[in-house]
Design a protein around this ligand. Structure first.
Ligand code: G2I
Length: 457
């Protein structure tokens, strides 16, 4: 998986320089063992160091020279997004993504897949869908793309940027969110089924320190782990500048997520600035990852400043001519300063909860409906909440207004489609801890119901 170690000749040059600089044999010993590229240095503590790659730059020899020398992981910058891979519904195009994948494989680099479900960079046809049609199209997309790359992806950003920036800890409003709050877990389940070997990540920005948004993501991950929704990692994009500096609690925030039992990864690192200030910031971020044993790797969002999505901020490790910046040196030194070792890859988490004994309860439950109603149709998201005892199964009944009909449901087993309709739990969401809750949804034509009754079974 990893690139070959740095040639001895290169180490000799580095060691000789260290003797001159430090004037001591001790320095020679430690520096002689330090690797001289980002990827090899990260590999020394069991991590990867990657970059975003654009397929149309693979013909640029300076670009490819740095890529192949320095990095041992890649993330396609745009080529695996929905608009690129499924430009027309059910017509998949992997040509640009496959060029990056082939290059990475020839170089023994890991591949991070980015991104299966996102509110941005959707093809036009998907932007125009809603409700069940969009839900099904999204699940079909996740399944098909993840299956195409089965066995080749180290980690997938299954869902990207699904939370709001407003400080309210809410989900971001989007066409995907309006298909029902469980769209994220549905995407993760579909990805697991399609490629059981890939780590499945949730990826976001402005979650790099503890704040309302990262707290909301934290709660979601905690909930997913408790209900057996398959999630293996959380990506912290880490796009920093003067308005959004490296948070003082960056390492602590990575650690609290790791403590939930997921890997953490720095997925899109760039830091606007220059000189020693920028260099120090890169060093801090790298050291934070190395201090967290479940921080398994770092990806910068481009190679040269001129390759960046915000090139004017010169946020990367190489200048526009491909020369190493002070930020590069600081990053390399931080990687070589040693760190914790990630646990060797455990098998990915099962898609059903481990058999933790929950009270086989038969307590009372309540159901609350949140309705997204439009002219002629609706999506209902139903939250089933346990009372003071746990549930081992539940069913929810609701009476539809006349003329309304259920056309589709998810995360439940429905019976009946008009009049009084009943929804029972499915295998993975029947157990609800005391005080806990779960969600299911359904879609229909006409006017949706506003209330429902829950009974425990
Ligand atoms: O915006 C920075 C990143 C934030 N997190 C998710 C990442 O996927 C995102 O990456 C950027 C790419 O670096 C840009 O290259 O995502 C942008 C789109 O949201 C990418 O920009 C787009 C341009 O907007 C399009 O006009 C262009 O056609 O790149 C496309 C391909 O070059």
């Amino acid at each position: 998986m990893h690139k070959p170690r740095t040639p001895l000749r290169a180490l000799g040059v580095a060691a000789a320089a260290a003797v001159v600089a430090a004037g001591s044999v001790v320095a020679l010993t430690s520096t002689a063992e330090a690797a001289t590229t980002l990827g090899a240095s990260a590999a020394a503590t069991g991590r990867y160091f990657g970059t975003a790659v654009a397929a149309n730059k693979l013909s640029d020899s300076t670009y490819v020279g740095i890529l192949d020398r320095e990095f041992n992981a890649v993330t396609p910058e745009n080529e695996m997004k929905w608009d690129a891979t499924e430009p027309n519904q059910n017509q998949f195009n992997y040509s640009s993504a496959d060029r990056i994948v082939s290059h990475a494989q020839a170089q023994n680099m890991r591949i991070r897949g980015h991104a299966l479900a996102w509110h941005q960079q959707q093809p036009g046809w998907a932007q125009n869908l809603s409700g069940t049609a969009l839900r099904n199209a999204m699940l079909n997309h996740v399944t098909t793309v993840a299956a195409h790359y089965k066995g080749q992806i180290y980690a997938w950003d299954v869902v990207n940027e699904a939370f709001d920036d407003g400080g309210n800890g809410a989900r971001r409003d989007s066409n995907l969110q309006r298909t029902g709050n469980d769209w994220i877990e549905a995407a993760f389940r579909a990805a697991r089924a399609a490629d059981p070997g890939a780590k499945l990540c949730y990826n976001d920005y402005n979650t790099d320190g503890q704040n309302a948004k990262s707290n909301a993501v934290y709660a979601m991950v905690q909930d997913f782990k408790s209900r057996g929704v398959p999630i293996d990692c959380v990506g912290f994009q880490s796009h920093f500048n003067a308005q959004s500096p490296v948070p003082s609690d960056y390492q602590a925030n990575l650690q609290r997520f790791a403590n939930l039992g997921v890997d953490v990864q720095i997925t899109e690192l760039d830091i606007e600035g220059s000189g020693q200030t920028q260099a120090d910031n890169f060093g801090r971020v790298v050291k934070a990852c190395l201090a967290v044993s479940r921080c398994t790797g770092i990806t910068v969002w481009g190679i040269r400043d001129s390759d960046s999505w915000r090139a004017s901020g010169t946020p990367l490790l190489f200048d526009s001519s491909g020369n190493k910046k002070a930020a590069y040196t600081s990053t390399l030194n931080a990687l070589n300063s040693g760190g914790t070792t990630p646990p060797s890859d455990p098998p990915t988490s099962p898609s059903t909860p481990p058999s933790t004994p929950t009270d086989p309860g038969t307590g009372a439950c309540t159901a609350t409906i949140s309705l997204n109603q439009w002219n002629g149709g609706f999506v209902a998201t139903v939250r089933v909440s346990a009372g003071s005892s746990a549930l081992s199964g539940w069913s929810v009944s609701t009476t539809l207004p006349s003329g309304a009909a259920v056309t589709n449901s998810w995360s439940s087993q429905s019976s009946g489609s008009s009049g009084t309709v009943r929804f029972a739990n499915v295998s993975y969401n029947g157990s609800v801890a005391a005080g806990g809750s779960t969600e299911f949804g359904f879609q229909g034509t006409g006017t949706g119901p506003s209330s429902a009754t829950c009974s425990a079974s």
